[in-house]
Structure formats: structure tokens, C-alpha cells
Ligand binder design. Structure first.
Ligand SMILES: Cc1cc2nc3c(=O)[nH]c(=O)nc-3n(C[C@H](O)[C@H](O)[C@H](O)COP(=O)(O)O)c2cc1C
Length: 208
């Protein structure tokens, strides 16, 4: 059965909170719970541009745990319209997310595009794969030239996603994005400096 993000998120206590705060009707009326259970081109393009995301797992003791995953832009691959995958790098060897996933495969993913002030949230079930025995998957998740030791593949089987509004997102830019934006200013500055140097040289000649 196709279902929406709020079918998962709206637990009884969430519904009670909505009722207490007067928004239960807002989120139960027809069409409010949009069904987003297959990635479209819009999500694929958004995911292809990301260089990081946040992943929440659930511990056996019920604690939520959030960790950051990063890589070159596009390191999370849309394998099909229900599946994401990425190469998980060696880190501090605490293996908290990995251990949590062995007990409970549910994840909540949070992907941010700060410059465009957009955010995508995803409910999925994770699957851990050994890349050494799966060359096809290894090729699909490969990141040529990126310096990191890959320990495993993580696949995410989509349950539902939803987009959030841009409210309260401060635009932030990477070094590469800033370098691109200021490139014309740098070029103009270099021109002006060269012109200034030439004028100073002329002045010095005239003073002799
Ligand atoms: C040498 C090294 C040291 C790290 N130290 C930390 C750390 O102290 N705290 C942290 O949150 N992440 C640290 N990281 C990043 C995490 O290891 C990485 O995000 C990893 O995927 C965490 O997974 P986990 O939190 O699910 O165990 C370190 C990574 C490396 C390579």
C-alpha cells in the first residue's frame, strides 16, 4: 500500500499533540498527507547535488542517534526510485550507527541544500552490504579520486519522503561555491592591480 510521510510520523502521541495545538484537522484533511514513496527526477537531482546528509538511527535502548555522513557531491546514489546507496567510509571506529542498524534497520535521513534553502527528509530501512563480494554495487557507488577508505555499502530502501519549507534556513556556501561566486571579482581586482602598477610605473618614469 502506498502511504505518506505522515502515516509513519503521525503516531498517537503526535496526533494528540496536533489536536492539543489545533492542527489535527490540517493534517488529516484529504490530500494533506501527500504520498511520496518513490523518488522522482526532482529528488534525484537534489540528492545528486548533496555532499553530506544527517542520518538518525534508533538504539536498542530507545535513544535516537544522529550522525553526519559526507563525501564528494553526488556520493549518495539514487540506485532506483525506491533505493539510495552510498559507500560508508572508515571513521573513528565507534560503529554506533552500524550497531544500531543491526538491531533496528529504520533510519531517518535529513538532506540540506543551504544555498537554495531546501531540505528533504526521508524515512527508510537500511541494508548493509559487503562491497568486496558485490563488484557491480561497488562500481555504482565508486568515487574515483576521493581519498577515503570504504568499509561497506549502505543501502536505504525508501518508505516515504517529504520536503520542508525554506523557513529559518540561513544560506551557507562551500569554499568551492564561494570561489566560483567571487571569481569575477578576483579577475577584476587583478586587472585593476595591473592597471595601477602600470600607472605607478608611468608616474615614476615622469618623475625622473
Ligand atoms: C580519525 C577519525 C576520528 C574521528 N573522530 C570523531 C569524533 O571524535 N567524534 C565524531 O562524532 N566523529 C568522529 N569522526 C567521524 C566519524 O568517525 C564518522 O562520522 C563515522 O562515520 C561515525 O560513525 P558512527 O557515529 O555511526 O559510529 C572521526 C573520523 C576519523 C577518521
Amino acid at each position: 500500500m502506498a502511504y505518506g510521510f505522515l502515516d509513519i510520523a503521525s503516531t498517537p502521541s503526535v496526533k494528540a499533540a496536533q489536536a492539543e495545538n489545533g492542527s489535527l484537522d490540517l493534517w488529516t484533511k484529504a490530500g494533506a498527507n501527500r504520498t511520496f514513496d518513490r523518488f522522482t527526477e526532482a529528488e534525484a537531482a537534489f540528492i545528486a547535488g548533496r555532499d553530506s546528509f544527517y542520518m538518525a538511527t534508533v538504539s536498542e535502548t530507545g535513544w535516537p542517534y544522529v550522525q553526519h555522513r559526507g563525501g564528494p557531491a553526488g556520493f549518495v546514489k539514487v540506485l532506483d526510485d525506491k533505493t539510495l546507496g552510498f559507500a560508508d567510509f572508515k571513521g573513528n571506529r565507534q560503529y554506533i550507527s552500524l550497531g544500531n542498524l543491526k538491531a533496528d534497520d529504520r533510519v531517518s535521513l535529513f538532506l540540506m541544500d543551504y544555498p537554495r534553502r531546501a531540505r528533504l527528509k526521508i524515512f527508510a530501512r537500511a541494508e548493509i552490504r559487503d562491497l568486496s563480494s558485490d563488484p557491480d554495487l561497488a562500481e555504482r557507488l565508486a568515487l574515483p579520486g576521493y581519498k577515503a577508505r570504504v568499509e561497506r555499502a549502505m543501502l536505504f530502501h525508501l518508505e516515504a519522503f517529504d520536503w520542508n519549507c525554506p523557513q529559518h534556513i540561513t544560506p551557507r556556501f562551500t569554499e568551492a561555491e564561494i570561489a566560483e561566486a567571487v571569481a569575477p571579482i578576483r579577475a577584476r581586482l587583478a586587472e585593476i592591480e595591473a592597471e595601477n602598477a602600470a600607472l605607478r610605473a608611468k608616474l615614476a618614469d615622469g618623475a625622473r
